[in-house]
Each structure stands twice: as structure tokens, then as C-alpha cells.
Design a protein around this ligand. Sequence first.
Ligand code: HEM
Length: 486
Amino acid sequence: HLFLKQLFKRTTTTKINPPPSPWRLPIIGNFHQLSLSPHRSFRSLSLRYGPLMLLHFGRVPVLVVSSAEVAHDIMKTHDRLFANRPITKAVDKVTNGGRDLVFAPYGEYWRNIKSLCIVHLLTNKMVRSFQKGREEEINLMMEYVEKASSSSSTVNLSQLFITLTSDVMSKVALGRKYSSDQGTIDIKRLVRTFARVLGTFPVADYIPSLAWIDWIRRLDGKVEEVSKTFDDFLEKVVQEHDVDAEKRRSGFVDTLLSIQREKMTPFAFDKSDIKLIILDMFIGGTATTSSLLEWTMTELMRHPECMKKLRDDICSVSTHNSYVNEEDVEKMNYLNAVIKETLRLHPPLSVLIPRQVSEDIKLKGYDISAGTQVIINAWAIQRDNATWGPDAEEFKPERHLNSSWDFQGQDFKFLPFGSGRRLCPGIRLALVLVEVTLANIVKRFDWRVPVGPHGIDKPDLAEAAGIEACRKFPLIVFPSSVVFPI
Ligand code: HEM
């Protein structure tokens, strides 16, 4: 009986047809084939092994997807089976076992909080209601740039964009700013530390025999520390808003607290769940949005003809000599094309937040087993010559002017915000800030980079390590005020 069982097992195992894989080493698997820019390594490997390729991170099978067609199969045809995300030990700790939105396992709780966020926090009406907060922060940033312009000094645009996005997000999520100059904890620093600790590769999750590496790096301790600091901070914020009616403002915290107090939802959630939802908004919405701003300005400075066209577009709609408002911005077609082109070439998350297969499944004739992690290489898909043409690597906003390529999850060759059930819910919130910021700073200032040692007067394209491929070096630029009328 045992013999027959073994024989049966062996015959069924041999029938399994896994996707193509590069050769791998014992223990570490394919790690040695990855670089500090994983999206680039994945693309080089996929050129040899195909758009559906199986790697191994230590003991964990990881499917890497590099074409629009396979992305469609995963996020449209079989989206439900790919709607889970892998949860590392650190994420499990920080999110209290997936009680936040980004990592909640696909199911009842996730569905409830996702619709809570979409229906109550991220509607167009709600996004519009924060217009004044955006305007105040953009004006503050422009005052700073104006001063630099009159003293002919440089500004660190990368830094300014991070401050802008995190201050705007503070107002949106927490009802007011929390920064060091407000005499409170500096949320910007906190988010940065948080992202760094969570972005550290957790060796123990993938290669248990090398768990000592995490121990030497004190990873568990750091995760514990940063998670506690954030939790204490959010606890104070929640209490401040919950107890002191005077301080109640219009941020997400207030909305969530009143929904909870008045039991407006058919499901239960408590204050610690509210803290985690707010945490997601910060982590999900700040670095991504500032990276998009930073790369857009980089590409515009590398392409002065596009910068000029953009300013013409802005000035043809906004004919007065003051702040470009959000209604005007909606009419600027070239601005829209510039942002789309930057999202295509520099998606702020070069690979989407990973997914995990929940059941065994056959894909393009290959067998994928339950538990396999899935990485969708948006960066490679969006530079694929087969779908974008021979000039796919070039920055050409014009390609979007007469096309209706959608980047909100309907078109699988253009996926900066993902697609399907797990689509990013913050698209409008991010875009409106990016649009109105760019319209204002491009209209008001001329921008140039200090000339480098080899006479180069264009910003470089070097990317920082990791999947949040922001600029490696900060964007340091000379602004000069434009004299109106131009
Ligand atoms: C340019 C800015 C942004 C980019 C490029 C971006 C990108 C993404 C991507 C690629 C995903 C994964 C989608 C998938 O798995 O299919 C995602 C999910 C998510 N994003 Fe964004 N995002 C941005 C801004 C924001 C903002 C402003 C917020 C907050 C309001 C936000 C909150 C979230 C959340 C909560 C999820 C998880 C959704 C879920 O798992 O159901 N994002 N985002």
C-alpha cells in the first residue's frame, strides 16, 4: 500500500510543469542573481527565461511576471486567487497580523476596510475637500523657493517634495501638521525610519538557516522599536481627536473615529485598527507621491522642449498671475501627458506590492503551487518594446496625447497603481497633489541644475537601491522666478 502511494506520488510529481527558472544555488536559491535594483535584474533574467519565470528566494518560490499578457491573466482572469499578499514576520508584527489595508489577507475584513476607505475617505468629494490644505503647503514651498531664487541659491527639490507630501498627508490623515518645527514628533523622520526598517530584507523569512544575520542586525528589535514609536504617536493623535472636541478637525482620523463611535458600519473595528489604516496612508502615500514629483522634474529638466511645452499649456489655461488652482489643472492636457509618461518610465513602486497564490493553479500551461509569491515587474512591462514600440525607453509625453491608455488598472501594459481587487485606492489623492504642485512650480520658476564637472547641465537618472526606485542623489537645482507676463 505504502509502495503504491509512493509510486503514485512520484508519477504525479513528475507531471508538474513549473515555469522556466534560472539555475540556483543550494540554501540561497537565486539571490546571487539579483542586484540592488531588483526590477533591473528581474528584467535581464526574464529576457532569457520568459515573462513568467520562477525564482527561489531561499526556500520560497517566487513567480516573476514581466509582460502585459501574463499580468492580465493574474490581475484580471485569476485576480481572486492572487489577491493575497505574503506577510513577513516584521509586517505581521507591525500590522498586528494583517489588520491594516495593504496586508490584510483577502477576505471579509479586508473587503470591509477597503470599502470603508473608498466610500468614506478617498472619494472625489473628500479629496477635493483638502484643496485648501494643499494650497497652503504649496504656497509655503513656493515662498521658500522664491527666497532661494532672489538670493541665487540652490534648493534641494527632493527634500522639499518629501516635506510637502508628508505635511499634506498629515493634514489629510491627521487633521494637522506634525513636524519638528511644530514642536511635535517629526512624522517625516518617523516615516523614513519606518520605511527603512520594513524595507530591510528579512533573511530569516526566506532562509531560516541564516536567521543569525537578522539577529546580528538586530532586525526584530528595530522593528519592535519603530513600530512602538509609531503606535505611541498615533495613540496620542487618536486620543487628542477622540477626547478633545476643540481639537477635532477634518482628517481621516476624525472621520474614522466618528464612524466607529456612531457604529455606522455593519462590522466592528477598533482604535488599533484605525491607527493601522492611518499608518498605511502615510507609508503608501508619501514616498510614492514625492518620488513621482522628483522624477517628473528630473525628466522635464532633461527635456527643455517638454518643459517649454508644459509651461505654454499651463499658461494657456491659467492666464492670471497667481496660484494655479485645481479646476484649471484638470484642463491641462500636456501636464496630464507629462505625468503619465513619468509614471510609465519611473513607476514609484517599480515592482508592485507582492501577491501570493492561494490555490494551485495552471497559468500559460505551467503549474504554480499555492503559497508561491508573485512579483509583477511594472517597470519592465512599461518599458517593453513589444507593446510600447522601439522608443519605449525614451521620455515622450506626446505618446499619450492621442491615446486613451489607462493607468488606473484597466490596461495591463500600464500598471503604476496595480490593478484588480488590490488596486491602489489613493490614485486621485496622489495625482491631484502632483498636478497642482507641478503646474505652480513650472509656471512660476525656471529651473536649472548646477553645471557638473564635465559641463553636464542635466540631472542624472541614477536610481536608489530597492523597489522604491526614487532618485539616488537629491535633485539640487537653481530656481529663478519667471517675470510675468511671459
Ligand atoms: C504616486 C503615488 C502612488 C503610487 C504609485 C501607488 C502605488 C500603489 C501600488 C502599485 C499598489 C499595489 C497595487 C496592487 O497590488 O495591485 C498600491 C496599493 C495601495 N496604496 Fe498606493 N500608490 C500611491 C499613492 C497612494 C496614496 C496617496 C495612498 C493613500 C491614501 C495609497 C494607499 C494605498 C493602499 C492602502 C494600498 C493597498 C490596497 C490593497 O491592498 O487593497 N497609495 N499603491
